[in-house]
Unconditional design. Sequence first.
Length: 228
Amino acid sequence: MVKRTAKGSARAPRRTDSLSRELIIQTAIEILDSGGEKALTLRALTVRLSTGYGAIYHHVADKSDLLATATDDVITGLLSGAVADADPRTALRDLALGLFDAIDAHPWVGAELSRQPWRPTLLDFYESIGRLLDALAVPEEVRFDAAGALVNYVLGVAAQNAANARLHAGGDTDRESFLENAAAEWAQIDPDRYPFVHAAATRLGEHDDREQFLVGVDIFLAGISALR
């Protein structure tokens, strides 16, 4: 039965089953994916879960805790799906692409990882990268810089890609039209002053961000061979 407040407005009935931390985090992820960080409030959670603030606070401390835990959940899923016995180069490529895809699917993850680089799950990701670099015989004295370069590349490109996707999703121009317009502008520039950019105009309009990202990872993998 729908209850009413003192002012007569309808209020959704409270849930009668138990509320788990896992359900709270999954619901938070759904809210974050659909509306971003601004949409995630404890009020929004109570409405979505048909519960009260006390039940939420029993499992999480506040919004910051929710964001951090939701991020951990996404990255833990990525790491658990990694193939342990894969070739180190293949495993590095897969980990990098996995993080790129995770941030593409959950744009808020990149911002949260940047705010809290000490999160255990990000440390686990770094540790996985470090072990794979060791397996590829990258010298210990340059292993830290190599791992940092790869992780920073992944986080930076993934965050930019996610930001661009959100920008075009909320505007009148989709990504394909935006790139076509940009390519048309590039094609009009002076080829004597900008020969490379002018020649690249045709590639700009048809390139795939994910494939271009993987090219960058492959360049990194080729480069670390020189560090041995």
